[in-house]
Design a protein. Structure first.
Length: 63
């Protein structure tokens, strides 16, 4: 199952990623934290941006 996590680089998001075998998609504003998340969980697809950005969300849901 695909799961979208907004703020996946935060405490709750990281905990969710560690618990399940789902396919995770992360949207976060912090590029440095996304780079750190990719080192720990390279399987997680991440997007940099704000969830209020309609264009970004359209790209995320299209993928």
């Amino acid at each position: 199952m695909k799961v979208l996590i907004t703020g996946g680089t935060g405490t709750v998001g990281k905990a969710l990623i560690k618990q399940n075998d789902n396919e995770y998609i992360n949207v976060s504003r912090n590029e440095e934290k996304i780079a750190e998340l990719k080192r720990e969980h390279p399987e997680v697809k991440s997007y940099v941006g704000n969830i209020e950005d309609k264009g970004l969300l359209l790209r995320v849901f299209k993928d």
